[in-house]
Every structure is written in C-alpha cells, then in structure tokens.
Design a binder for this molecule. Structure first.
Ligand code: NAD
Length: 462
C-alpha cells in the first residue's frame, strides 16, 4: 500500500531542493565582458529615450511584481552565496524594495510664473549610470537602484560585489525580464558575469557612463568620488542607539533587538552599539533578553571579541568570515547552546564592540551617567560618518540635542532602526543612503539633472 504522506514528503523535499539555477549565459543583461555590457546598455539607452514616462512607470510596476514573486528565491540565494544574513529578513527587504521604492511620481517639475512669463524646471536623465553594489544587500540594491534610475529615464550598468555576483546578476536578469514583459527595450540594465576591480575601472572610466553611484564601504566611495564624474556615494555607518531614563524601557529593549538583529545586523542603518543611562540599564537588558537577546558575561565577552575581530597592535578589524552570521554560531564556538536573534554584552566605552562597524548580531551596551555622556560617546562612536543614529526617549530636549549633535542622514526616535527606511515608519525606502555626497535617501529624483526651460512673455495667464 502506498503511504501518501511518505510520497508527499519526498515530493516536497525534491521541490525544495530544486533551486532556480539560471545558467549565467542565459541571464538577460549579463555579459562576459564589461566592454560588451557597455555597448549593449548604450544602445538600450538610445532606444529608451523614445519611451514615455507612462511606459517607464509600467516597467517599474512589472519590476515590483517580479520582485514580490521572487523575493524568497533571491533571499535564499543571497544567504547561500554570501553566507550572510537571514532568509526571512531578506524576504522582507525585497518586499520593502518592491512596495516602497518610489517610481516616476518622485519626479516633480517646478514652475515659476510672473510678469516675465513662465519658467519650467524638469528632471532629465543623466544617461547611462554606473553602479557599484555591496554584498550586504546585493539583489535589493540592484533592484532598488534599477527602479529609481529607470524612473529617472536612465539606463544602468552594474559592477556587483564579487562575493554576491550570482544573486546580483539574478536580480539584473529579473529586472530585464520585467522590462521586456512591460514592452521595454532589452539590456536597459546590464552587468558582467565576473565583476572585478578591472571591470569596475572600465565602467568608471568609460565615456558611455555619465554618472556613478557607489553603495559600500569607505574604499569604494573614495574611489568613485575621485573619478572626476558626477558621483553619488553611499558609505559606511556605525549607528549608535541611546536609551534615556524617560523612554518606554520595555519597548526600547524590544525595538533595539528587532533592529540590531535584522538580517544579522548587516544593514548599514542597524543599531551597532547602545548607550543607556545607568538607572534604567538593568531594565533595558532584561527587556532585551525577554525579546530574543542572549546576555553574554565575564570572560565570554573577551572570547567573543577574539572570535569576531582581528587585533593588530590594539587596532581592531572584523573577521570577514563572521560578518552576518547567526548569533547561534558564535555561541556554539563559545560552548553555549542557544539560538537567540542577538548577543548583547556590557562593555566599557572604548571597547571595539562600540567602535568597529561589525555587521554581526552582537551589540555592545555601555552604561552612562546622563544624557550628556550618552550624546558625547554616541557621536564619537558614529565616527563622523553622519549616516544613522537612533534614540529612545520621551524628552524632546534630549531628542533634539542628540539629532543636532550627531548630524546623521537618518535619525530614528522610539522605533527599530529600519523604521528609517520605511519599514514601520513613514516615508519611502532605499538601499542607497547617500550621506557623504548629501543626496540622503536616494530615489528617482537623485538620478536626474535639472533642466530649465524659459518662455518670456507667454503662458503667464493671470
Ligand atoms: P565593500 O565596500 O566591501 O564593497 C562594495 C563594492 O565596492 C563591491 O562591489 C566591491 O568589490 C567594490 N569595491 C570596494 N573597494 C573598491 C575599490 N577601491 N574600487 C572599486 N571597487 C571597489 O562593501 P560591502 O562589504 O559589500 O558592504 C558593507 C559596507 O557597505 C558597510 O560599510 C556598510 O555600512 C556599507 N553600506 C552602505 C550603504 C548605504 O546606503 N550607505 C548600504 C549598504 C552598505
């Protein structure tokens, strides 16, 4: 007799094991060389100029649909390829990109009228944009950049992070499939099978590329800003979170665990160190442990430091193999059997868990005597990146003082950090947050040139 449950389990397992594995040579928009990619995207841009804004919008809608449909595929592929992050959180990131990245509605022309007639300012495309993407949000950044850049009327060439090329190129293929279904041109978004420093250099120096966008650490942003071209730089952060004695402490603990553990702390906006006023520190830590955090103590904190960080003459740096790993794996190495979302530990103010951008589910907590000390240390820990900072407080003066002192692009009050990119907070999303060059949360308008059109003595109708 056939055991139906047995058969259905086998079928389910087989289906689960079949991962979409589109051979590189069949991916739309992905080329063997950067030279070929540049030629193709250049042709596509000439074609794309004939399309209306409504047609652009149709393509963006299709990209939204495809991204939602394939969010789980990309989430799994991203974790598998990079060995970083959490599948469930990466699904949410793709959904966020699909649902909250602005389209053409973001392009708002300006009009000035008066006795001398009418002047119009419109947002024009740059042309072909070159974009460098990180390993931490690989497919998310490709899709988010594509949507914004296409909405602005541009074509895009990507040089994805080599460690995430498979999932990034899957996203390039997805965007092209969506564009073609919406009636758009082929190769509007391109990439190379094997991105390297050489392909990056070719892209950056190519006369075909009119604008550059870098999302990543300090090295790549610096390189792009010295290219001599219009460039948007979205660089590193090390976001502090402050908790003062007026905060809803239980909620603060829960929110900080949610934000700091999201995708294993890979997002550049995620809480990376915490400063808490001494009088409420015990309650905060208790709330954190009740909401998914594991409190590490004593010598284990030092052992964790040695496990996660290199120490060269007192200068600490991350061990790349530990970036974005599950908290459970760190604990396992310490001989602790637990599966929390986040590891927390109390540390002194000059500890590397405070100063280093770790991108691991580890949060150093520093007790401070008052808000003055909290702000001073938090500003220092942010290293002048002016990227993101967060606070839990009901004191308007404290909220304002910290915001003024830290000068970050994103400042979230009384919520998990991801509220700053539209997840549970108002506002649109982006995965390219341009602090160094000042565009802030990039969207279609960031990828356009303003053009003024003046008509003297006409179309002024009052
Ligand atoms: P990374 O800096 O290692 O790599 C980014 C990309 O730049 C990769 O494609 C890499 O190959 C390339 N690259 C690096 N140096 C280069 C150089 N000198 N010339 C040409 N290309 C170069 O970044 P990562 O590890 O993938 O991402 C993590 C970093 O990115 C963190 O510091 C994080 O804060 C930051 N980040 C910032 C944002 C933002 O929006 N501001 C978003 C995501 C990540």
């Amino acid at each position: 007799m056939i055991d139906e449950k047995y058969i259905s389990d086998i079928v389910e397992n087989v289906i689960k094991s079949i991962k979409p594995n589109i051979p590189a040579t069949h991916q739309k928009g992905v080329f063997p060389t950067m030279t070929e990619a540049l030629e193709a995207v250049s042709k596509a841009y000439v074609e794309f100029k004939k399309y209306s804004v409504a047609q652009r919008e149709k393509m963006i809608q299709k990209i939204r649909e495809y991204t939602l449909a394939e969010a789980a595929v990309m989430a799994e592929m991203g974790v598998e390829e990079t060995g970083m992050g959490r599948v469930s959180d990466k699904i949410i990131k793709h959904q966020l990109v699909a649902n909250k990245t602005p389209g053409t509605e973001d392009l708002k022309p300006a009009v000035m009228t008066g006795d001398a007639g009418m002047t119009l300012v419109e947002m024009a495309p740059f042309g072909v944009i070159g974009s460098i993407t990180p390993s931490t949000n690989p497919s998310e950044t490709v899709i988010c950049n594509s949507m914004g850049m296409i909405a602005g009327g541009n074509a895009v060439v990507f040089n994805p992070h080599p460690n995430a090329k498979r999932v990034a190129n899957y996203a390039v293929d997805l965007v092209n499939r969506a564009i073609l279904e919406a009636g758009g041109p082929e190769n509007l978004v391109v990439s190379v099978y094997n991105p390297t420093m050489e392909t990056s250099n070719e892209m950056v120096t190519s006369p075909i590329v009119r604008m550059l966008v870098a999302t990543g650490g300090p090295g790549v942003v610096k390189m792009l800003l010295s290219s001599g071209k219009k460039a948007i730089g979205a660089g590193a952060g090390n976001p502090p979170v402050i908790v003062d004695d007026t905060a809803d402490i239980e909620k603060a603990g829960k929110d900080i665990v949610a934000g700091a553990s999201f995708d294993n702390n890979l997002p550049c906006i995620a809480e990376k160190e915490c400063f808490v006023i001494d009088s409420v520190a015990d309650r905060l830590i208790k709330s954190m442990t009740e909401n998914g955090a594991y409190l590490l103590r004593g010598a284990d904190v030092d052992r964790l430091k040695d496990l996660a960080l290199n120490n060269k003459d007192g200068k600490y740096s991350i061990k790349k193999e530990w970036v974005g790993k599950d908290a459970r794996l760190f604990l396992e190495k310490l001989g602790i059997n637990a599966d929390p979302r986040l590891i927390i530990c109390e540390v002194p103010k000059d500890h590397p868990f405070v100063s280093v951008e770790m991108m691991m589910p580890i949060l150093g907590i520093v007790r401070v005597k008052d808000i003055d000390e909290a702000i001073e240390l938090a500003v220092k820990a942010e290293h002048g990146n002016r990227h993101s900072a967060h606070i839990h407080s009901k004191n308007v003066d404290n909220l304002t003082r910290f915001a003024k002192a830290v000068e970050t692009t994103i400042f979230v009050k009384n919520a998990p950090s991801y509220a700053g990119i539209g997840a549970g907070g108002e506002g649109y999303t982006t995965f390219t947050i341009a602090g160094p060059t000042g565009e802030g949360l990039t969207a279609a308008h960031s990828f356009t040139r303003q053009r003024r059109c003046v008509l003297v003595d006409g179309l002024h109708i009052v």
